[in-house]
Design a protein around this ligand. Structure first.
Ligand code: ZN
Length: 179
């Protein structure tokens, strides 16, 4: 694969790479959107709502679920996108082996010490996930599960306050639609 020539190249390369890696996956929501819509939503929100122009954060947003949800390795990301992008993706990936409840708790503690870039990606992730839940809740999710998710997302975002005022305001806006 060609190496990035510039920032645009980096983002195009990330979009193509993530689309390929997520090619067999769909979002959980009733709309069953292609998975790639989600990472693109994050990058879109960062750019258009958060005013973020940092190409490393934007590329990491596009790639943020590749390690966690596909066969992608850290080494692969380092080779394709460089150490800085790979580091942010690692920071935003859950530990794969632990029980999901433990994992969710760990996310809260881990964001406290995360880099600014990782905090931006996490913030956009929670914003976009709540939007997806409101627009198209997964069919098997009970009301209680949806509420739990909303509250947990808020706990993560509360640890991230001060990262990006606009994105935080957008998050609070969507949180008001908690079912
Ligand atoms: Zn995500």
């Amino acid at each position: 694969m060609p190496r990035r020539a510039d920032d645009f190249g980096l983002l195009l390369h990330a979009a193509r790479f993530a689309a390929w890696k997520h090619r067999h996956q769909r979002r959980k929501g009733a709309g069953r959107l292609p998975y790639i819509n989600h990472p693109l939503d994050l990058a879109h929100a960062l750019w258009f709502e958060g005013g973020v122009r940092d190409e490393i954060a934007l590329a990491a947003a596009i790639l943020h679920d590749t390690i966690e949800d596909t066969q992608t390795t850290l080494q692969e990301l380092q080779g394709e996108f460089g150490a800085a992008v790979a580091k942010v993706v690692m920071e935003t990936s859950d530990e794969p082996t632990v029980d999901w409840r433990v994992r969710k708790k760990l996310q809260i503690t881990r964001v406290r010490t995360a880099s600014q870039r990782a905090r931006l990606v996490k913030l956009a992730d929670k914003l976009c996930n709540l939007r997806s839940l409101v627009a198209s809740p997964p069919q098997r999710w009970s009301l209680e599960r949806q509420r739990e998710y909303f509250d947990w997302a808020k706990r993560v975002v509360d640890e991230l306050r001060g990262t990006n005022a606009e994105l935080e305001a957008r998050f609070d806006q969507i949180y008001r639609q908690r079912p």
